[in-house]
Design a protein around this ligand. Sequence first.
Ligand code: TRP
Ligand code: SF4
Length: 331
Amino acid sequence: MPKSRKRILTGDRPTGALHLGHYVGSLANRVKLQDDYESYIIIADVQALTTHWEKDENLTRDVFQIATDYLAAGINPEKSTIFIQSRIPEIHELTMYFSMYTSVNVLRHNPTIKSEAAQHGFKDITYGFLGYPVSQTADIAIFKADLVPVGEDQIPHIELARKIVRRFNDLYKPVLVEPQVLIGDIPRLIGLDGKAKMSKSLNNAIFLMDSPLEVEQKVQNAVTDPARIRKTDPGHPEVCTIFEYQKVFNPGEVEQIENECRQGKIGCVACKKNLASKLNLLLEPMRERRQKYSDRSLVMDILKEGTNRAHQVARETMADVREAMNINYFA
Ligand code: TRP
Ligand code: SF4
């Protein structure tokens, strides 16, 4: 199938509800990109198993959760193909071929693998975990994706993907496309505790599915500048988490808020109210779309259709791959 527009591939492991950190870090960008690129979004359930293999009863729930979050956030199934990794067996076939010439030492020294292994407290790492960058390369290569919009932690994986693809094209036949990283310029969003990035496991997140009241309460409970006791105390926005959010979610008023905070003219309660209303303004259309997708069979149909479409592309690439490798016995 000839490609008219450039193709992008992105995705996530399904490990729970998406939050504002995901929204500013990648979802908002994906929503924009789907207008200009042929866009594929992978729900990497097999990759989730590389760290969560014993919790597989949650996987179906998490796949639906992330698909619904995507749709609520504005991923349009008419423009983007959302699909499930495990249901495309050709990805796993291609992973196997790539693994024949990919060095174990190179994988062991991959900085993202190292830091994730430490994070999960793995003393011994499994074959599947060590090899997930190879599988991720197959995710990308099988769609002949030109661009992969990812965060910084994924760069080592895309570098590896480029090398694996280049090597394939040299060894066999140049049928695969070397992918390029498309980096968003949005920094990581800090969590409500102000200590680490927003993340579900740190319990410092505002979820896309939170109600207006939950958003208000979470914002009101966040710590601000500890030096401020009275409203008239001069504030230090640079140490305040709420101010970080004002910068991201309320850019039009941020200068005024900074001045009023420093001069003790605005109280934290009012500042937080203002922020919560901006967040709820952003989340409101997502709530409306989520309502529409509360019928699970709708989400199921979108996943089925996306996975079928993706499967067709994967089949076509694999026909080329097998031919290039001289293993297309029955063609
Ligand atoms: N590794 C990505 C994450 O941790 C998920 C992912 C799997 C992915 N396959 C991909 C991202 C292919 C981009 C391209 O979220
Ligand atoms: Fe933070 Fe706003 Fe309070 Fe200033 S007024 S310390 S920016 S919450």
